[in-house]
Design a protein around this ligand. Structure first.
Ligand code: SAM
Length: 229
């Protein structure tokens, strides 16, 4: 039901998250519980590219769907005309650490981060690496348009699907970390993703990464039973 509400809001504002893409069904399912919560949402990619008066369609959708949230946008081009109450927009590249630092000097953390920006694999990966630690526990990091992971002109590769230099290949490299406590190598020390990534949901061209506490270890490890060894 709430996915339908979000779909209708997205259609009213004209973002392609519903219609051209079928993303709102997944957003509705995962983010519905945040609707009455006050939190910060960052979306990379305001829309409209060079046109300073075009874009902001998804930001306005989020503003309607999350009536208590602060909506923050980032775009390579100047989108200041889209700023309004509860929508703040920064200009710069998602791949520029100085731009990311500027946002983080104004916001300590985000409950939701959406990457709908350049869709270049190297940017998708570097932005995730810069921003993951600023996703709140229980929050989400969402990456759209992952079809570009297979497109060489976006830094992707269809012939090397598991290359960690492509966005999908990199995300797949994180999957085993969900079970890191089963890696019985004395020298293995868990990465930040191992310790804080608790769920990965893949859909067509779309991924939802859920942040939480993954340090508890599996039942087998806690019971000191290692049937696989
Ligand atoms: C697909 S549109 C975003 C659409 C919008 N999120 C929506 O759903 O309505 C992608 C936007 O990303 C911006 N963009 C491209 N490269 C970028 C980069 N390196 N950093 C930040 N934004 C970038 C483009 O200018 C464009 O406005």
């Amino acid at each position: 039901m709430t996915a339908e509400i979000l779909g209708a809001m997205a259609a009213a504002h004209g973002t392609d998250k519903n219609g051209r893409h079928a993303y709102t069904q997944h957003y509705g399912r995962h983010l519905d519980q945040l609707r009455e919560t006050a939190f910060n949402l960052l979306e990379i990619g305001v829309g409209g590219y060079e046109d300073p008066l075009e874009g902001g369609r998804s930001l306005r959708t989020w503003k309607d769907y999350f009536p208590l949230a602060n909506i923050v946008g980032l775009d390579f081009y100047d989108k200041s005309a889209m700023s309004e109450d509860r929508i703040k927009i920064y200009q710069g590249s998602q791949a520029d650490p100085k731009v990311i630092s500027k946002i983080l000097s104004d916001y300590d953390s985000f409950r939701v981060i959406i990457d709908d920006g350049s869709h270049r694999s190297e940017h998708v990966i570097s932005t995730l690496l810069m921003l993951w630690q600023y996703v709140e526990p229980g929050g989400w990091y969402i990456i759209e348009d992952l079809q570009t992971s297979y497109w060489p002109m976006f830094g992707g590769a269809f012939y090397e699907k598991n290359s960690p230099l492509t966005s999908m290949g990199y995300l797949k490299s994180l999957v085993d970390g969900l079970n890191w406590s089963e890696i019985h190598q004395p020298t293995y020390s868990p990465t930040e993703f191992d310790k804080t990534l608790v769920g990965m949901h893949f859909y067509q061209n779309l991924a939802f990464l859920q942040k939480g506490d993954n340090t508890r270890g599996s039942a087998f490890v806690r019971e000191n039973r290692f049937p696989g060894l």
